[in-house]
Design a protein around this ligand. Structure first.
Ligand code: ZN
Length: 193
């Protein structure tokens, strides 16, 4: 069985404000009992996360969930490429002219040639570089976070809240968390690893 995650990404938080926003949400989640304050090895990887708190069951819909569940919350502060998990990106569009670049070939394999410049954009963001490339259609330069990935396959941001192996989060809870992000636009991602 794989690990499944749901991520709320604040796509408008600047690097300067991400830390303070993260703290605000963290203390709200702890004080309302959704997560516990003490961090443990409850998330995927070597990082520490916040385990679910005594009232976590109230913010999820566990009706389709069999058995008890556990898992934790990972808070990402700083440049991160948030992704949708398995598979390859299928297509990406220009924010200026909306032209779409197909990234899959006819056999549904990643088209290496089409992907090459975008690979740089994605890896650059991870490594702290802004790789600005021109749109293949209109030629205008596109900022790394400007590209629109089909199905939000990649989302570039400085702040994200990733819930590992929690049943589906209730809409009201996601809205409540979003309301604490200074009116920023958020993208919700879920996927499997
Ligand atoms: Zn374009």
């Amino acid at each position: 069985m794989g690990d499944w995650f749901q991520t709320i990404v604040d796509v408008e938080a600047s690097p300067e404000e991400a830390g303070a926003l993260a703290e605000g949400v963290r203390s709200w989640l702890v004080s309302s009992g959704v997560v516990s304050a003490e961090r443990t090895h409850c998330i995927l990887g070597a990082e520490l996360g916040h385990p679910s708190g005594p009232r976590a069951g109230e913010v999820v819909d566990a009706s389709g969930w069999s058995g008890p569940w556990q898992g934790g919350l990972e808070i990402n502060v700083g440049r991160t490429v948030f992704d949708g998990g398995q598979g390859d990106p299928t297509a990406v569009s220009c924010p200026h002219c909306s032209a779409t670049v197909e990234l899959m070939d006819d056999d549904f394999q990643l088209d290496r040639q089409a992907w090459e410049p975008f690979r740089d954009v994605v890896h650059g963001w991870d490594e702290g570089r802004d790789v600005v490339i021109p749109c293949p259609s209109c030629g205008r330069p596109v900022e790394p976070a400007g590209w629109r990935w089909d199905d939000d396959y990649f989302v570039f941001g400085h702040l994200g809240f990733r819930f590992w192996n929690w049943p589906p989060l209730r809409t009201g809870f996601v809205a409540g968390l979003t309301a604490r992000l200074a009116g920023h636009r958020v993208v919700f991602l879920d996927g499997k690893l």
